[in-house]
Design a protein around this ligand. Structure first.
Ligand code: CTP
Ligand code: CA
Length: 224
């Protein structure tokens, strides 16, 4: 019922969102991943849809139901997330990157399960860097309005400002972990070229709605 009464602040807008962790295979039965729950990204997808937006959600492996009327694309690895996102990006006005994308993947994927038998020493893995999906979208000629997320364990503002510049995006949403990772409530700070502003601690859906209001304002200003 609350959803029904949300003002349609994003009517006619298209939002593309990444959410969840990625999974980087080592062999057919093992891989590298992280504890991202996907909750924040799914909450933003829901809040944006309730605000009238057309929403595409590209999700890594998570255990969450798809929000109503949201188009969902499931992926595993960072490379797959990149390959799903890039062709979709230019068709959207906003890109919100909440995914906890693995920074590195094993340089080689073993075709068969690595067996213990006969090995005297533990195997070592060479890693190779994954593409930066947010930076790649921000660099497109028809780039949507790009919002990055930064979960940091220290020096939140400093790191968020660095990411703003490095990825060339207009807005970074920071949160100080790991206390809040996977939890239902969160404190977010909006960091842009002009400074920063904290959103009061709330559950993720309330924060997602606050972020949707913020995005609606920013889209209005950028169109003027
Ligand atoms: N991101 C991305 N693709 C990557 C890495 C990050 O799209 N390969 C996005 C995340 O979804 C997030 C933002 O970039 O919106 C910041 O991610 P973060 O991991 O904090 O930044 P990194 O540049 O990877 O820096 P570091 O992990 O060293 O803090
Ligand atoms: Ca990272």
């Amino acid at each position: 019922l609350i959803a029904f009464f949300q003002p349609k602040l994003l009517a006619g807008r298209r939002l593309l969102i990444t959410a969840g962790p990625t999974f980087e295979a080592i062999d057919p039965v093992r891989g590298i991943t992280n504890h991202s729950s996907g909750k924040m990204g799914f909450a933003i997808a829901r809040a944006a849809q309730e605000a009238g937006a057309e929403v595409t959600l590209v999700a890594g492996p998570v255990h969450l139901p798809t929000p109503r009327h949201v188009r969902r694309v499931d992926v595993q690895s960072a490379q797959q997330m990149h390959d799903a996102v890039l062709p979709l990006a230019a068709q959207h006005e906003v890109f919100v990157a909440t995914a906890a994308v693995a920074d590195w993947r094993p340089a080689q994927m073993n075709a068969h399960k690595i067996k213990k038998d006969g090995k005297k020493v533990a195997p070592t893995f060479e890693l190779t860097e994954n593409p930066d999906i947010l930076a790649a979208v921000a660099a497109l000629p028809q780039a949507p309005y790009c919002v990055g997320f930064a979960a940091e364990s220290e020096h939140l503002l400093q790191h968020a400002r660095e990411k703003l510049l490095r990825k060339k995006v207009p807005l970074i949403v920071g949160n100080l972990g790991p206390a809040t990772f996977g939890r239902d409530d969160n404190t977010l700070v909006l960091v842009d070229a002009d400074g920063h502003r904290e959103l009061p601690t709330a559950d993720k859906l309330s924060l997602a709605r606050a972020l949707v209001r913020e995005l609606a304002e920013r889209l209005k200003t950028s169109a003027e």
